[in-house]
Design a protein around this ligand. Structure first.
Ligand code: GLA
Length: 729
């Protein structure tokens, strides 16, 4: 049984294959967090020692117990205003102006059969998925919290969310409602977060959790953002890729988010993650409730690579739509860096023909096909084909593309509106703009108020119309600015704090309708590259364009950072032209191919401009990709540790009978060191044959002793080694 309840002790033990999550309601009804980590069959509350730390007050009923304070005890869903002075999971303003919440345990309910939360993405689960709902009550405020935990045993994942319900008689203003709060009593911790910027997303940084301070990783841009991914890892100071304790917190949400990490005066480390409370205020009338997004938690005692593999598995198996889970995705060519806005049907057909000759399988027509859009200043919202520019209809174009033998994909940026558009002229109030204030403009565009049903309906109708008008197998769903002036013309003044979250719900609802109506169309997420690379978008989009930076050397870092939380099969990555359009760097075509292969693989260049030798290389790359596709996309991925001039990663098949190792030289030196890499994930007992040299070695030797190569020379060389389990016959 994966959920054990000791009724008398009010002890709740939630077990996955290798982890235990435990909480306990104490004699006052406070729900204490007692453990999240390796499996034990013990009541872990023995670790909690109460002591009077001074200036830590006591709940009324414990006024004679100076050692008992909410300020020092590990909490399961921390409160505000009643004695826990650390960051709180909820903040409210009651009708009488009180801001206090005092949760006490009020019961539980076992759950079986998970469905995703209504109106929001969530883990899929099935009829057998088990969970538990714990009810907390704040009797004076008339509030209830329903904490939900779903167990994904095999993947070592626990999914948490909360629902706050107003059971009182007055209006409650919810100002903060975190999805998760976990306290880690005792022991120094470090945190890895993923910061960045446009064209340089998800850079890991590891820092110590400061004593007495608070770290905040956040986005207030209305999107999960390039700058701070809604995923953090907490770990022990000695944890590495290969060993040690680490805990992941991934919010399944694509909007404003906040992850707080702090260490209190007792050495307790608290992690809180959820919708960003700044700017957020949700009005709850009596009997109404608010549901938070789900947070995906995982623990590994075996280092960061193992934790990443838990996330890779859960995303592949429970986030991505079943239809796309093991689907072979076409090797696509995207028109963006090949033509930018400058194309017509003739040019696109030439592109398609030369792409087909090289083995590519789908042409994606990027920005510029609609309205009067010849640059990025107009027409977002006017999703009508610009036939004058193309020289034919979309139907005619797609028919010809299909005749050539390619599938066809199309770019949209649904949530945006250009002030210079028919849509804006007709519905200026559909855009977010502050009253009496000129709006902030970014890329000459505004953001649609997606919370409005009529906006969702308009987009559903127009996008459906385009998808029905021609044979379109793929959509690139872009989002190219942060949200400012988040003021909805459809909401009353006292509900403007709901606009940003309603925006996200509206986007999810539109994605839900479109994916239901067009299940065979694959949507690739995008936001100026990877500005919305999160589990929420992955629920609808099985892959996301990882970054607008297509430079292979930069991509190694970006994809490596992304791999901490997200599987290779979700990372949109293409071979682009050199000198690269973002860095002007020239990287060998072979290296570009190997790096793009560690993602969804495609091209973003004009094949007509390739030399004959380069064309042969491209053909070989596509053949290699198909040969290794299931190993890369479906295998176990490992980040490897290397000398500083090199970087390496590998994929191992689930049966551990084949592996693909990639090693890139970031900097080549005269008389330099040999690249030398210790492999991971192999079967120590098996013998593997190295395809390039024919050498045979045991998995144990390859993992302990490693693999060495001749020194690689030239600019940014990269090499790939295929290993296959070998037996004597
Ligand atoms: C964003 C995307 C690019 C491209 C352009 C088009 O920046 O990330 O790949 O689609 O928009 O405007």
């Amino acid at each position: 049984m994966s959920i054990r309840i000791e009724e008398k002790e009010k002890l709740f033990s939630l077990e996955t294959a290798h982890t235990l999550y435990q909480m306990k309601a104490d004699e006052t009804g406070v729900l204490l967090h007692t453990w999240y980590g390796a499996k034990t069959d013990t009541d872990m509350s023995y670790r909690i020692r109460t002591v009077n730390r001074g200036f830590c007050g006591n709940p009324y009923e414990m006024q004679n117990r100076f050692d008992y304070s909410l300020d020092t005890l590990p909490q399961e869903y921390s409160t505000d205003g009643v004695g826990d002075f650390r960051p709180s999971a909820v903040q409210v303003s009651l009708e009488n102006g009180s801001r206090s919440v005092d949760w006490r345990y009020a019961g539980y309910r076992l759950l079986k059969g998970k469905e995703k939360p209504e109106g929001m993405p969530g883990l899929r689960g099935n009829a057998e998925t088990e969970g538990i709902e714990i009810r907390l009550e704040d009797s004076a405020g008339g509030l209830q919290a329903f904490l939900t935990y779903w167990l994904f045993e095999a993947q070592d994942v626990i999914v948490r969310s909360a629902r706050i319900e107003n059971r009182g008689t007055g209006t409650v203003r919810l100002k903060k409602a975190a999805s998760v709060c976990v306290d880690f009593p005792y022991g120094k911790k470090e945190v890895i977060h993923f910061h960045g910027r446009h064209a340089m997303e998800r850079m890991p940084e590891r820092i110590a959790v400061p004593r007495g301070g608070r770290l905040a990783f956040e986005s207030r841009r209305g999107m999960s953002s390039h700058q701070s991914n809604p995923f953090i890892i907490l770990c022990d100071p000695d944890t590495t890729e290969r060993q040690g304790n680490c805990w992941g917190f991934m919010l399944m949400y694509s909007g404003n988010h906040l992850e707080e990490v702090c260490e209190d005066q007792t050495g307790n480390v608290r992690v809180i993650s959820g919708i960003h409370p700044e700017g957020f205020e949700w009005q709850l009338e009596p009997q109404e409730s608010f549901r938070t997004p789900e947070a995906i938690l995982s623990f590994s005692a075996e280092g960061m690579n193992a934790l990443s593999r838990n996330y890779h598995r859960i995303i592949r198996e429970e986030v991505i739509a079943p239809r796309w889970r093991n689907a072979k995705k076409p090797v696509l060519i995207n028109s963006w860096e090949a033509t930018y806005f400058d194309f017509n049907a003739e040019k696109l057909l030439r592109l398609a023909r030369s792409a087909k000759e090289l083995g590519m399988e789908m042409l994606v027509l990027d920005d510029g096909w609609f309205g009067r859009r010849d640059d990025d200043t107009t027409s977002l919202g006017d999703w009508v084909c610009n036939e004058a520019k193309l020289g034919c209809s979309l139907k005619e174009l797609t028919e010809k593309i299909h005749e050539i033998g390619l599938r066809f994909g199309l770019w949209f940026e649904p949530e945006m509106i250009s002030p210079e558009s028919d849509l804006y002229r007709k519905h200026p109030d559909w855009a977010f703009t502050d009253p009496d204030r000129l709006p902030m403009i970014a890329r000459r565009q505004l953001v649609l108020d997606m919370g409005r049903k009529e906006v969702q309906d308009y987009l559903f109708e127009t996008i459906s119309g385009v998808l029905k008008s021609a044979r379109i197998e793929y959509v690139k769903w872009d989002f190219n600015r942060s949200i400012a002036n988040c003021w909805s013309h459809a909401l009353p003044e006292d509900r403007q704090g709901e606009a940003a979250h309603r925006f996200m719900l509206g986007t999810y609802s539109l994605l839900e309708r479109l994916t239901e109506a067009f299940p065979e169309v694959m949507i690739e997420g995008c936001s100026g590259g990877g500005g919305r690379f999160d589990a929420g978008m992955l629920y609808y989009c099985p892959q996301i364009w990882c970054s607008d930076d297509t430079d292979a050397i930069e991509r190694i870092e970006i994809q490596r950072g992304t791999s901490y939380g997200y599987p290779v099969c979700t990372m949109g990555s293409h071979v682009s032209a050199c000198p690269n359009h973002q860095t002007f760097r020239t990287v060998p075509l072979e290296t570009r191919g190997i790096v793009a292969q560690s993602g969804t693989f495609g091209y973003e260049l004009n094949p007509e401009k390739l030399t004959d030798a380069e064309k042969e290389t491209v053909k070989a790359q596509i053949r290699d990709f198909h040969r290794f596709e299931s190993l890369i996309e479906g295998g176990d991925y490992y980040r490897l540790e290397t000398e500083e001039d090199y970087t390496a990663w590998m994929s191992v098949s689930p049966e551990k009978d084949e592996a693909l190792l990639s090693v890139a030289a970031i900097r080549v030196r005269a008389n330099g060191l040999f690249p030398f890499v210790k492999l991971q994930g192999l079967d120590p007992e098996k013998t593997y044959c190295r395809e390039d040299t024919g050498e045979k070695m045991t998995g144990a030797a390859l993992m302990c002793g490693g693999v060495s190569f001749q020194q690689m020379m030239g600019d940014f060389p990269c090499t790939q080694v295929y290993l296959r389990a070998w037996n004597n016959e």
